[in-house]
Design a protein around this ligand. Structure first.
Ligand code: HEC
Length: 192
């Protein structure tokens, strides 16, 4: 009986302490303030396990086509570069102000499934948007194809690939030359 009483008291103290923590405002939510090591570890472990468990069934299309990658760099430059700084550019004010900071995708190793899932679904409370809210899967894959090239590109390589893409007028997520309203972009059929 005593043990049960102690347990109930213990649970009540935990609930109370959590309530005090939440409503006291002691935790600083400022993005300018780095998370402490425990919170940072907790958030990244939850994220990794969460993504890991949800990507198994994703079927990766053929990502090797040059056209697809050229469309991908264009999408990347227009939609992602403000946060994920491309080679040879300085971090934008957005990239510098975000916490957690957007990862440098020129250095990130990740499977296409993982990158696709994150790009499509976004990550809560981080600033990484869910592009699947406005684009279908076929519009998202080209930028994932391009992410395979990104770690191998220096500033000049990035710029020349981008110019090649612009001269061909290919993009998938934003539509050719950004002229198509968001979400109704036409995918060039030769990608698939
Ligand atoms: C407004 C800023 C912002 C934009 C725009 C943005 N991202 Fe992100 N992205 C982030 C942040 C912040 C993270 C880190 C999230 C975290 O720490 O859990 C992230 C994480 C990622 C990751 C995971 C990387 C890894 O190694 O775990 C991928 C992949 C990614 N973004 C792809 C993209 C693509 C592709 C686009 C454009 C279509 C894009 N992002 C646009 C902010 C952004």
């Amino acid at each position: 009986m005593d043990m049960l009483k102690n347990f109930v008291v213990f649970v009540l103290i935990c609930v109370l302490a959590t309530g005090v923590f939440i409503y006291s405002g002691v935790y600083n939510v400022a993005a300018s303030q780095p998370d402490n090591a425990l919170v940072a570890w907790l958030l990244s472990s939850v994220r990794e396990a969460s993504v890991e468990g949800r990507i198994e069934d994703i079927e990766v299309p053929d990502l090797t086509s040059l056209n697809m990658r050229l469309a991908g760099i264009r999408d990347f430059d227009e939609l992602c570069a403000a946060c994920h700084t491309p080679p040879g550019r300085l971090d934008s004010p957005v990239a510098r102000g975000l916490n957690p900071p957007p990862p440098d995708l020129t250095e990130e190793e990740g499977s296409p499934q993982e990158f696709f899932w994150i790009t499509k679904n976004g990550i809560k409370m981080t600033g990484m948007p869910a592009w699947g809210a406005t684009r279908d899967d076929r519009e998202i894959w080209p930028v994932i194809a391009f992410l395979q090239d990104l770690p191998g590109l220096d500033a000049a390589g990035y710029q020349s690939m981008l110019e090649e893409s612009r001269s061909r007028g290919t993009a998938a997520m934003d539509g050719a030359a950004g002229s198509v309203p968001n979400g109704v972009a036409k995918m060039a059929p030769e990608f698939y």
